[in-house]
Design a protein around this ligand. Sequence first.
Ligand SMILES: *Cc1c(COP(=O)(O)O)cnc(C)c1O
Length: 397
Amino acid sequence: MAAKARARSAISRPKATAIQPAFLPFAKPAIDEETITAVSQVLRSGWITTGPQVEAFEAALSRYLGGRAVRAFTSATGALEVALQACGIGHGDEVIVPAMTFAATANVVLRVGARPVFADVDLATRNIDLGQVEKAITPLTRAIMPVHFAGLPVDMDALYTLAERRGLRVIEDAAHAIGSSHRGRRIGSFGDFVAFSFHPNKNLTTIEGGALSIREPAEARRVERLRFHGIEHNDNGDMDVLEAGGKYNLTDVAACVGLGQLRRLEQFNQRRRTLAACYFERLKTNPAMLLPAHGDEGHSWHMFAPLLPLEHMRIGRPQFIEEMRKRGIGVGIHYPALHLFSLYRKMGYRIGDFPNAERIGQSTVTLPLFSAMSENDVDRVCESCSGILGKFRKDAP
Ligand SMILES: *Cc1c(COP(=O)(O)O)cnc(C)c1O
């Protein structure tokens, strides 16, 4: 064949390009067309801030939580802060929080003028260790703020028995736990104060948003006041300002998104459970990673976060995450130990104070888990993990 013809045939031959699967993030919200249509109607209605949609969303959440008083917020952070204020917690008080959680859990304690006191978490459940909580209680302790980590409820019987025995309030950070239940009872359908987050990564989203479930109806009124400028209306409809409240009211646009999400929450969470079961099935032959606690059907699987076997790896976590990214997979970190951030070191916390929180903080990786994922996606994630861990093992050639 002449050189020219050879060149031509090479050009015309279709190139064998590997089809790159779409990038798989570790979390992704699922908003349906019905919700988008409903949101456009709200936007066109002339009323876009707190109004009938928020009222309907609060009522729907209340029904979902067995008739409890529920108030919507612009974030879980705002809801947690208001719950602390509603308990009268402030200067000179201590609140016990897990040493491994998102910064908001402890920051809100500082924001009301109180002192967060850390307690270590359990290595498998990642939840606050109630034995450590007991040891951290002092005469200044006013409340415990547990986190239902990744949607796995803390032992509610033990928690509330302890709180009652020591005369403490409980403010549950249930940011991960909408739809979780403990011994058949939904998180937020019982308990003292329970705060949910509706950030886009969470199991239910309102874009940004949160809610507070309240045991004492009398406290709901105070919560409303603290949520909105300290304003109260008397029986004549006259407005008064009773205290310096915050400004945390949800918009009707956001609440409309929430209503569309709440209709599908059970379906979302069922899907998350199926995908988590897939992860366990695929990763049981990869004993290198320390898998999270299995939980039961009450687990809502907000995240699937194993620990990397760093001691057996030639690369660190940042390189592992980079290798996953190269394979088109997003990996998160939830969370570094909270007591080692500058703000908390300034309070005197040191390396070595909370060994489990520190080990999790250094080695945890959040693998993709969201309702629109397929089981093939789980396969892809697990194959990539195994491939990377095999390639970069300490004893690998
Ligand atoms: C997301 C999250 C929060 C904060 O929620 P926002 O709604 O973003 O304020 C608090 N605590 C934990 C454990 C969270 O994951």
